[in-house]
Design a protein around this ligand. Structure first.
Ligand code: TYM
Length: 336
């Protein structure tokens, strides 16, 4: 039996932060040798909110370079850009026509983002999860490693696949494969540095709320120095009254590669004045190799382009086959 397939992606909007890394990319890297992986830069999703055309291309390359810098290995994984494979848009249209509108209207992320956009909500923002379903279903993905915030979108993806299978397939020969999310417990929901009850997010206006993968040591130091804490001494996990404490200890655990129990013991008598420099050093040390590799990759644009060209070919071969299968099931004549 061949390896199971993994698909996941990140939007090229703003800088990648520790939430994206610990909730998603690091887990892709750790498990990649077990799977046949496809990692895309989802640049079509990036225009569901107002975007800057002058930076879309460079932001897209930056994310692809960060995939490599974080340790995505082309021996196991394919890296490609969503807009380079037109099947993503085409399957989205087909899925749109069988997806009930009220399934989309109840998506939490849509509601949250729509509030931020005010009058300026595009149809694309509402349709965002259908495009995401197309990304996943095109590759017959078995597993989709994501952060906690994507759980509802994964459920929707499965619901859409079931609906297509029920309406256009037969039980022995489903049209689409049902994917499963992989959401790790630790790091699945990294919280803001300025409010431990809010998710760390690219769209939060304050830079102080997140640690970016490409932050300099000085920036890391400044952000951790100023991050929100509480007046208590002795640090502990899982106290609902102390969300910042839990978040910062979790960051330390993941970035230092230590066990939770070990960190609980190490920090149980610490005050913030002792812990903050420790977290700062740990974050700087953990991010340094990624930053060094990123600079190397960005210096060789030709190489990056060749990775994406090859990625496109590999992705397209699979995506086009699935698209043809869906079109056939829906009754389309395929060009000979
Ligand atoms: P994006 O770019 O918003 O997020 C990329 C990944 O980072 C995770 N993430 C977090 N994890 C833990 N804590 C946080 N604070 C945090 N913030 C973000 C997200 O869960 C995600 O895994 N819709 C997707 C992009 C996408 C996609 C796909 C993913 C488009 N098509 C197909 C998987 C499969 C997203 O959230 O992007």
């Amino acid at each position: 039996m061949g390896k199971q397939r993994v698909l996941s992606g990140v939007q090229p909007t703003g800088n990648l932060h520790l939430g994206n890394y610990l909730g998603a990319i690091r887990n892709w890297v750790e498990a990649q040798s077990q799977y046949d992986n496809f990692f895309c830069v989802v640049d079509l999703h990036a225009i569901t909110v107002p975007h800057n055309p002058a930076t879309l291309k460079s932001d897209t390359y930056k994310i692809a370079a960060l995939y490599l810098a974080c340790g995505i290995d082309l021996e196991y994984s394919t890296i490609f850009v969503q807009s380079h494979v037109s099947a993503h848009s085409e399957l989205t249209w087909l899925l749109n026509c069988i997806t009930p509108l009220n399934w989309l209207e109840r998506m939490i992320q849509f509601k949250e983002k729509a509030i931020k956009q005010g009058e300026n909500v595009s149809v694309g923002l509402l349709d965002y999860p259908v495009l995401m379903a197309a990304d996943i279903l095109l590759y017959d993905a078995d597993k989709v490693p994501v952060g906690e915030d994507q759980k509802q979108h994964l459920e929707l993806t499965r619901d859409i696949a079931v609906r297509i299978n029920d309406q256009f397939g037969n039980p022995e020969k489903p049209v689409l494969k049902l994917p499963e999310p992989i959401i790790r417990k630790e790091g699945a929901r990294v919280m803001s540095l300025t409010d431990g009850t809010k998710k760390m997010s690219k769209s939060e206006p304050s830079e102080m709320s997140r640690l970016n993968l490409l932050d300099s040591p000085e920036e890391i130091q400044k952000k951790i120095k100023r991050c929100k804490t509480d007046p208590l001494k002795g640090l502990e996990f899982d106290n609902p009254q102390r969300p910042e404490c839990n978040n910062l200890l979790t960051l330390y655990t993941l970035l230092s590669d230590k066990k939770k129990e070990e960190v609980a013991l190490e920090c149980q008598d610490m005050g913030w004045g002792q812990f903050k420099p420790l977290l700062t050093e740990t974050a700087i040390t953990a991010l340094k190799p990624i930053q060094t590799k990123y600079q190397q990759v960005m210096q060789d644009k030709g190489y990056l382009e060749s990775v994406l060209r090859e990625g496109r070919q590999q992705a397209e071969a699979i995506a086009n086959e699935t698209l043809a299968r869906v079109k056939k099931a829906l009754g389309y004549s395929l060009p000979s």
